[in-house]
Ligand binder design. Structure first.
Ligand code: AVJ
Ligand code: FE
Length: 447
């Protein structure tokens, strides 16, 4: 989102971002009872009550203690909510704050944080630094809200969340080219705090990248297209798979995206407590990097690199500028992208044509996080900020980059430069992908 520069506007902006995150946290935690909040719905996830107090503990550490210079409110619980001290699977056995206490703690921290935000102390510090901390914490809460929505999807039992379906598609994908040519050349990748005051450390610094000509899918890969891969025996043919992915699907008996099952010749899926036929025209959801990579190979294509994805999303060939979002510099509206948990599913392909990139690539933001072929690595000149554990400790070949944001990603935590990452086996996340291919090789001599 566009971050204003005057102190007063900045204060209002930070206030709105914090309030928006808290409204969503309440939505996700008020709809279930205490037993549900403290239960572990999957060993991949924390109990919801852990996320709830972790959000506020981070807020206390950064906004009350670091920015506000206030004394610690509850230093004794810091280690309980340290994500590095306790793997998710072990969190239910910790002496966590019970739901009522976690909520009281959250309210207490927030009250004092708003006091810090109002107070003169903010003025005395470099505005961008202090403002960044508020933006970072609002984004952190929204990221955990997406994590909690994943927990809801893994939770068994009747539906507790509801949202209207996205409107029908505007464009007919069959009338558009299936892929878009991205011309070879340099573009500016990443961003700076001058252009994007709330950019996280891994998005910085902006730097020039040369990207050779390539072609990229106009839309994310749909369920219908992915089903052809499944029905063609794609999960039984090692030719398509990275050997580590092949070993993993053999070991786990994987034969379709997570939450899919075949019944009477039809593919059904479970989505937030409801079982429904898999809709053909929706971007495929809940696939691992290995599944995305195997589909691409089967289709005679490959995943885009992270630089290719960002160039397809941000490069304006007329001005040579890199835009904040595919559609330009304006904050997202519902016409641009399916973001922010307004719907509990990706929008069908052909939705949100106003959100297309200058080169004509559709639905890059929102709907599904898109796997790229790239490892999560620092940009040249990277500096960890404000703490190594946000990005730096995850750099390396173990994690693959996802781009674009899902239907569950909040606008405040989503932009053309935003980088997400996960292990290549993970598929409980709201992940999909699109494919790419190399451009024509440059010809020597003549022409
Ligand atoms: C950026 C989504 C990979 O959830 O692990 C939350 C965000 N970092 N708390 C994650 C995050 C610290 C992170 N991802
Ligand atoms: Fe966190």
């Amino acid at each position: 989102m566009t971050v204003p520069t005057s102190a007063e506007a900045l204060r209002g902006h930070a206030y709105a971002a914090l309030a928006g995150a808290r409204a969503r946290t309440a939505l996700l935690t008020d709809c279930v009872d205490d037993a549900d909040l403290t239960a572990q719905h999957s060993p991949l996830m924390s109990p919801l009550v852990w996320d709830l107090a972790h959000i506020s503990n981070q807020e206390e550490q950064w906004l009350l203690r670091a920015v506000g210079g206030r004394p610690a409110l509850r230093p004794e619980i810091d280690s309980l909510y340290d994500a590095f001290a306790h793997p998710r699977a072990t969190r239910p056995s910790l002496p966590l704050l019970p739901p009522a206490e976690a909520r009281a703690y959250a309210a207490e921290v927030r009250g004092r944080v708003l006091d810090v935000l109002d107070s003169a102390r903010l003025e005395g510090r470099p505005l961008v630094d202090a403002a960044f901390a508020f933006g970072m914490i609002a984004q952190h809460e929204q990221q955990h809200d997406e994590t909690m929505l994943i927990t809801h999807q893994l939770r068994r039992g009747p539906a507790v969340l509801a949202a209207p379906d996205p409107p029908p598609p505007v464009e007919d994908p069959a009338l558009l080219p299936a892929e878009v040519r991205i011309p070879g050349g340099a573009f500016l990748m990443g961003t700076s705090h001058e252009d994007e005051p709330w950019a996280l450390d891994n998005e910085r610094p902006a730097h020039v990248r040369f990207v050779p000509e390539f072609f990229i899918d106009t839309f994310p890969v749909t369920n219908g297209a992915y089903r052809n891969f499944v029905d063609a025996g794609g999960y039984r043919d090692p030719r398509w798979w990275d050997p580590r992915g092949w070993a993993y699907i053999r070991e786990h008996g994987t034969e379709a995206p997570l939450f899919w099952r075949r019944e009477g010749g039809q593919w059904l899926r479970r989505r937030f407590g409801v079982v429904e036929p898999v809709p053909d025209d929706e971007p495929v959801l809940h696939v691992s990097w290995y599944e995305a990579d195997a589909y691409a190979r089967w289709a005679g294509r490959r995943l885009p690199t992270e630089a290719e994805w960002e160039k397809a999303a941000r490069h304006d060939p007329v001005t040579g500028r890199s835009l904040r979002h595919p559609w330009g510099d304006a904050d997202p509206t519902p016409d641009h992208a399916n973001l922010g948990q307004r719907h509990l599913r990706p929008a069908p392909v052909g939705s949100c044509p106003a959100g297309r990139s200058p080169l004509g690539v559709r639905q890059l933001m929102g709907d599904v996080w898109e796997w790229t072929s790239s490892d999560f690595l620092p940009y040249p000149g990277f500096v960890a900020f404000p703490y190594r554990e946000y990005s730096e400790v995850f750099f390396g070949p173990a994690h693959k980059v996802l781009r674009g944001g899902s239907f569950a990603a909040a606008p405040v935590a989503c932009r053309g430069t935003f980088r997400n990452w996960d292990l290549p086996v993970r598929r409980q996340i709201f992940s999909g992908f699109r494919t790419a291919r190399d451009g024509e090789p440059a010809h020597g001599g003549g022409a």
